[in-house]
Design a protein around this ligand. Structure first.
Ligand code: SAM
Length: 328
């Protein structure tokens, strides 16, 4: 009986790991542009020879692709990528979502696999902003789609004359606000140089962008702002520094002005599995910090002279929320 139960448990684990194969396969395909290379139907041998790649490994990747349904084989034996893989997992596709595969497979999974070591050594990884800043900014830009309606609703309702985006990444929110609401004074602050350069290149000139640490910016800023966006940023700040950050932001905000925070909320009623894994990733780093809870945000509001107006989920399965505050 015991043997049967062991076997059943092992089988269950194997089964639940099946879904990992799809993201592994898509990630390899995205990194090596394989879905594009197999877009029109090609022999494995030809691709391996053209790029001087290991044919046996490529063959195995193709094999997995056929079984997870990312690839198909035509009657001549050529391998053809499914259309949706070319669309979504190819770097140069307008609809590419592949950057998320990179964030998961190159940042999150390796960190989670290091856990036994980190726990035993009482050690933390260091998040390499230089190497991953652009990946993270691009993944955040993917999330904009879910958050934009709430942000635009806030701008429509509160009619700010100015908005400031702290840690603006590629500046997608500023770009959308600029497009829809003419005449607003818009400013973004972004400390990663590569991310800043890309944002500067794509945003209109009348959006002011500063390549600066936002703490230094806040300390030297005198002009008040009607809307401050703090989107996917809190986990760059240790819990004991968030009070000072919110106070600085509050001081800068016009009375009655708004502050929007976008973040996954730990221990909320949504996205328990996702937020606990995301939190595990954050806490494994010396320079990234735990996700906030809703109680922490309420406390931060109280000490910073803010009132929490609403906390709405924007991606329920991810426990991702937009929380709106007003300056008292
Ligand atoms: C996860 S991304 C989010 C980007 C954007 N806010 C969004 O939601 O799409 C966070 C960004 O904040 C920037 N950042 C982190 N700490 C910062 C700081 N102290 N000063 C300025 N930018 C910072 C990072 O470089 C990164 O581009």
């Amino acid at each position: 009986m015991l043997e049967v139960r062991r076997f059943l448990q092992a089988r269950k684990w194997m089964k639940s790991n099946e879904s990992f194969l799809k993201t592994w396969h898509a990630h390899v395909g995205y990194k090596l542009n394989l879905f594009r290379l197999f877009e029109s139907g090609e022999k494995v041998h030809t691709i391996a020879k053209t790029y001087d790649w290991d044919e046996e490994l490529l063959e195995s990747w193709v094999d997995v692709g056929l079984s997870v349904g990312h690839l198909k084989k035509n009657i001549t034996g050529r391998i053809k990528a499914k259309k949706k893989m070319v669309r979504f997992a190819t770097v140069d596709s307008d609809e590419s979502a592949g950057i998320l595969l990179r964030e998961m497979m190159e940042l999150h999974i390796p960190t989670l696999l290091e856990y036994p070591d980190l726990i035993q050594r009482k050690d933390k990884r260091v998040y390499q902003d230089q190497a991953f800043g652009e990946v993270v900014a691009e993944t955040s830009a993917l999330l904009e789609k879910a958050a934009l309606p709430a942000v635009m609703k806030l701008v429509t309702k509160s009619k700010p004359g100015s908005a400031l985006d702290l840690g603006c990444g590629y500046g997608g929110y500023l770009a959308k606000i600029h497009h829809q609401f003419k005449g607003m004074k818009l400013t973004g602050v972004e400390k990663n140089r590569d991310v800043f350069n890309y944002a500067r290149q794509r945003l209109p000139d009348d959006i002011q962008l500063l390549n600066q640490d936002l703490t230094a910016f806040l300390n030297n800023q005198n002009d008040s702002v009607d809307l401050v966006m703090v989107h996917n940023l809190l986990y760059y700040f240790p819990k004991d520094k968030r009070g000072a950050l919110l106070k600085n932001i509050s001081e800068l905000t016009t009375p009655g002005g708004k502050i929007s925070i976008i973040t996954p909320i730990h221990h909320s009623q949504y996205g328990g599995m996702f937020t606990s894994a995301f939190n595990a990733f954050m806490t494994a780093h010396a320079n990234l910090y735990p996700l906030p809870t809703i109680d922490e945000l309420k406390e931060l509001a109280t000490i910073s002279g803010l009132t929490m107006l609403s906390a709405e989920p924007i991606i329920k399965e991810g426990g991702w929320f937009i929380i709106i505050f007003t300056k008292n």
